[in-house]
Each structure stands twice: as C-alpha cells, then as structure tokens.
Design a protein around this ligand. Sequence first.
Ligand code: 4AD
Ligand code: MG
Length: 477
Amino acid sequence: MISYRIVDLLSKPNHYKTVIVKGWVKTFRANRFIALNDGSTIENLQCVVDYKQADESLLKKINTGAALEIEGELIKSMGKGQSVEVLVKSILVHGEADPDTYPIQAKKHSFEFLREKAHLRIRTNTFSSVMRIRSILSFAIHQFFNQKGFYYIHTPIITGSDAEGAGEMFRVTVLDPKNPKLNDQGNVDFKNDFFGKETNLTVSGQLEAETYSQGLGNVYTFGPTFRAEKSNTARHLAEFWMIEPEMAFFDLNQNMDLAEEFIKYTLNHILEKCKKDLTFLDQRLINEEKSKPQNERSPMGLIEKINFVVNNDFIRISYTDAIDILKKSKPNKKKKFEYIIENWGTDLQSEHERFLVEKHFNAPVILYDYPARIKAFYMRMNDDKKTVRAMDILFPGIGEIVGGSQREERLEVLESRIEKMGIDKKELWWYIELRKFGSTPHSGFGLGFERLVQFATGMNNIRDVIPFPRTPLNASF
Ligand code: 4AD
Ligand code: MG
C-alpha cells in the first residue's frame, strides 16, 4: 500500500480510508494520542492508539522525535482541534529518539540554541514553516522569469574577477599553505596553482550574466555568492543566494519597474500558497512582539506587512532628495543618528535607510542616482558626471534588499572609470571588450534571497532563514 502525505489527508480526507503515514512524533499524550508530522504541512495528524491492546514495549518507544510508520483508518475526529484522525492498526518504529538526550523537545527553544542544533532544527514548527516558504519562494522566482521569457543561466562560482570591486573574496587554491612556491618578488606564485592564476569564489554572477544578456536578451542567474566581509549582523551571511536578472536594452526606469513587479509577484505567490505557514509565523511574531516595549513593537503583523508591500507603490526618490530629507530630519538635527548627515556624497548607513523606510515614508523605497564615488565601477555615469544610474530597494525591517543599476555601455567611459577606481583591468578584458561589439544600453539588479525570505517570514536573524548559515567564525555542519 502506498503512503500518503499528511497535507493531502487533511485537505481532502474523503478520498482516503485505510492509510499509511510516515513521519516524526511531535508529542505523545496519555499513552494514546500521537501528534505526527511529516514535513508536508505545519499541521500534525492525530493518530490514536488503543493502548489497552498495544504492547508496552512499543508504547515506550513512541517519544517526541521518533520516526514512525503508521497504518490505520482515517476517520472523522471526535475530539476538538482536528477534523480527522487515524485509528492506529499497526506501528513500525523506524528510529527511536531517546527522550533524555533528544534536543528538540515539545517546548520553546531559543533560536541561538537551535542554531547549534542546525541538523535537527527543521523538526520545529518555525523552521519547517520558514523552509517551506523558502522553497516555494524560489519556485515562484523561476516561474516569474520563465513566464516573462527570461533564460536561466548558470554563472561560474569560481572566478578570477571581483565583480563588485570591493575585495571581499574567499580565495580558491590547492597550494600547500605551509609551503607555497614563491616568485622572484617573494610573493606566492599562483602560476603553480590549479588554474595557473589567482581565483576566488564569486561575489556576484552579474558580469557573466551581462555577457549573456548581450545575446539572449533577458537572462537571470540564481545561485550562491560569497563575501568575506566581516559583518556580523542579522542581515549578512558569508554565503548567500542571489537572484540577478540582466536585461538588454533596459534603462534604469524599466529596471526599477521590473524589480518592483518581481518582488510583488513572489510575495503574492506565498500569500496564496503558504497561508497556514504564514498564519503560524504571524502568530509567532505577535507573541515575540509582546515581550518588547510598546514603542518598539511593529505596528503591522507579518501578513499585513506583506499585503502592504504587494498593494502599494514603492516610493522612488533620488539619493540627492533623500539626503535633503535626512539632513532636515529630527534625529539628524538632534544628533540621534550615530552618523550625522552633513554633506552630499556620504554613504547611507542602515540607520538612515531605516529612517526613510520606517519613519519618513512608511513604505518600501527605491533610491536612485547615487554618487559615483560610493558605487561600483560598472554603473552608468549620468550627464552630471557626479552620479551613476544606481538603484537600491530598501525594505522595512530589512534595509537594502535589492542593489542594481543601468550598466555603463560606453567603452571609453567604462575604461576611464575602471582606471580611476584603481581596478586591475587585466581580469576584466572580456567585460570591457563586450562594449566594443554591439554594445547596448542594459540594466540589471541583484536581490538577496535570504533577505527576501526574512521579510516574507518575519525572521529577525538571517541565520535562521538558510539551512546552514556561514558567518564569521562559523562553518559548522
Ligand atoms: O548590492 P549588491 O552588492 O549588488 C550586487 O552584487 C550586484 N552585482 C547585483 C546586480 O546588479 N546584479 O548585492 C545585492 C543584494 C543586496 O541588496 C542584498 O540584498 C544582498 O544582495 N546581499 C547580501 N545578503 C546577505 N548577506 C550579505 N553579506 C549580502 N551582501 C549583499
Ligand atoms: Mg548594495
């Protein structure tokens, strides 16, 4: 007999009579009621054991965390709290879980504790909800681009170039760290390394995606990216996933339109497909908020916040206008910001982004036309020669969720920008050459997938929306 997923049994119970279900015990009450979960839904299936007939030694094995295969009859439930339940005929214990040592008990555990049990935390309600949503979101992302005729391309993970020019890369090498061969200048000679040159893990697939847009039209990558920045914050990972579309013949406005439509589409998708998980996470957040002082509580619940983003236009303002707002703002005048905004040209800190999004506009904000000095070499120079066609999307509670731009398609301008920024041209020869042959205006952006998952699930810490987070001093599991 085939086994069934609990989500199917609960959603169309009339289709089934005798069933087999396989899953893990959440709780076992009164030697009689097993709450079984198989990961297919947040809901458990109640399985009722006739303990008078059951073997004592079997009952002893039914502990929280044990893996069971249950055969029984699916009936209308007499009790409260569930519409159907299974009258157990037989139980096969696949794997026991010792109640004295199994770490995931049926009580509230802190997220810090669970990060140390990352191999088991998926058994909790919160993590299974988050990871289901993560999976469904990634599917929605592919669906969005597929429906729009974009091609999914796989950009390399090992590269020789630094796409962001920020130098925060993990080196890839097979050289012996104890005894690397040195060249005449006394430096490590990477000619002896695997690729015959210095290589690193990519910080972005953008540069390669650009080349493919200049032939396929509209493309996107969705892959892991790596940054060796020592930012130990609730929004930074050393290994994160990024979605990077790249569109030939798109200007910055079209780029912003696409990014906004894209985010709304994916969030709408989970509003439709993940109702139960979202309701659970919404409630979790309400409980968490209760422990905060009144003035720090979020005015909106999770689902309300997602709906708000889906149903409202993002605010679009230039960096220059944003600086004006910030300069005149209360926290700036009263020196409440850690970094006081004095001059045009300074980079925005997350406190400034939060002020704009959470206090001033109370909506997602797209900032565009940033000072060239604080942005990457590939962004298109404006006629003012001071600003570039960059755009960042800022989200409530998250900060920057998207970074993008119109790309510099003019050969001479690009070359002079690269030189001015002191970037080594050698590794970028192919990127530069792209501007020699059939160059087009084009644009793209990068969305940090984990930050989107954070927004969609209301999770505070980015370490709790990826199965096995990589952060400074932490690469366990
Ligand atoms: O703004 P970033 O650095 O832009 C790029 O990498 C461009 N090449 C993208 C493009 O135009 N194709 O990164 C894009 C996004 C950020 O807005 C943020 O959401 C996320 O990637 N991100 C991180 N997420 C988690 N941990 C980190 N350390 C991140 N760094 C960036
Ligand atoms: Mg950025």
